[in-house]
Design a protein around this ligand. Structure first.
Ligand code: URA
Length: 241
């Protein structure tokens, strides 16, 4: 495989960022600098690659963080509506990449996309209690310390036509201007909206800021997909070991 492809696939940057690493003489094979990004590397040699003297951690799998925009389905394909698969650059299509968990059509923010089925399974499994942090803009009376205590105690949802549903404790931080930050460790369907509705308010805007160790950076605009760095991939994996 081309040397630049190995690094780009492993999260060391976009193809052009990776080419720059070669031009600057930062990539080596068995200690010998390789300046040609198109150099062919055999499977056996992949583990001999280094960047700035550190072994390259080559990854078979692909990991991306999308800052999901409003008005997109969490799906790879849809005949009628825009979906997050439309935002994936062409070179990553047909790689069996899919979203980890789901955000509602109007919810914005952090959405992990990967073809690592094992990681995806673990991150969504209740067993690992992955924190998800949401910034909520709501309408209605200001939330108070009563709701902070209610959410912290592990509230039970009583919804018409449904069995009562006991939730895990959640952390609510009150913010000015009808905003709050809500940290959940489970991912029931429409959970944030249902919790806020149970207090008599309604969610106007919902934005996910963090999934476990993975935080959206302020400079990542809505609609942009970035490859995770090897450190981010390692942190996510070790959080579900
Ligand atoms: N909770 C919701 O209600 N909607 C989302 O999109 C995510 C969490």
């Amino acid at each position: 495989m081309r040397a630049d492809k190995i690094l780009a696939n492993s999260g060391y940057g976009t193809r052009s960022e990776v080419k720059e690493l070669f031009r600057r003489g930062r990539v080596a094979l068995r200690g010998e600098v390789i300046r040609d990004p198109g150099a062919s590397i055999s499977d056996a040699d992949i583990q001999e690659l280094s960047l700035d003297g550190q072994p390259v951690v080559a990854s078979e799998n692909l990991y991306f963080l999308l800052n999901k925009p409003d008005g997109y389905l969490t799906a790879m394909n849809d005949d009628r509506l825009p979906c997050v698969g439309d935002l994936l650059p062409p070179q990553w299509k047909n790689k069996k990449i899919s979203p980890v968990g789901r955000l509602d059509f109007h919810t914005t923010g952090a959405l992990l996309l990967t073809n690592d089925g094992e990681l995806s399974h673990r991150l969504t499994s209740p067993k690992w209690h992955q924190e998800k942090v949401y910034l909520v803009t709501y309408s209605g009376e200001d939330l108070t310390e009563n709701e902070v205590a209610l959410f912290a105690s592990g509230m039970t949802l009583h919804e018409a036509g449904h069995e009562p549903e006991k939730l895990k404790p959640a952390t609510l931080s009150l913010l000015p201007d009808h905003q709050c930050r809500l940290t959940l460790t489970e991912g029931k369907t429409h959970q944030v909206k249902r919790m806020i509705a149970a207090t008599g308010r309604s969610v106007e805007l919902l934005h996910r800021e963090r999934i476990g160790t993975l935080e959206l950076k302020a400079e990542q605009p809505l609609g942009e997909i970035v490859a995770l760095t090897p450190e981010e991939i390692a942190a996510l994996k070790s959080s579900v070991q």
